[in-house]
Design a binder for this molecule. Structure first.
Ligand SMILES: [Zn+2]
Length: 100
C-alpha cells in the first residue's frame, strides 16, 4: 500500500471508529469460520436493532498479525470502511494484534 493510500485508509478507519463509538458498538461474540478457522467477530448493527454483523479476519500470519477484516454489511459491500470493521480492529489493537 502506498503512503498516501495508507493515510486515506487510516482516516477511513478513524471516521468509522468515531461513528461506531457514537453508536456504542462493541464486539459481542467470537467464533471461527469452519473451513479455515479464520476468526469471526460479531458486532451489533447500528441501524437495525437485533441484527448482528460478522467480521472475518482473513489471512493473518502465524502470530495473529496482518491480514484484513471483511464485514458482511452493505456499507462494506459498497467498499466503505464500516463501523463494524473499525470496532473489531480497535478490539484487536487493544490485544496488540494488527489487522488492516
Ligand atoms: Zn460492517
Amino acid at each position: 500500500m502506498s503512503k498516501s493510500r495508507a493515510r486515506v485508509h487510516y482516516l477511513s478507519y478513524m471516521r468509522a471508529l468515531e461513528r461506531a463509538e457514537e453508536h456504542h458498538l462493541s464486539v459481542t461474540g467470537r467464533t471461527v469460520r469452519p473451513f479455515d478457522m479464520a476468526p469471526v467477530f460479531q458486532v451489533p448493527s447500528a441501524s437495525e436493532p437485533g441484527r448482528v454483523h460478522f467480521v472475518t479476519w482473513v489471512a493473518q500470519d502465524a502470530n495473529g498479525n496482518g491480514g484484513s477484516l471483511l464485514c458482511d454489511c452493505i456499507a462494506a459491500w459498497r467498499g466503505a470502511y464500516c463501523q463494524h470493521r473499525a470496532i473489531v480492529r480497535q478490539y484487536l489493537l487493544s490485544q496488540h494484534k494488527m489487522p488492516a
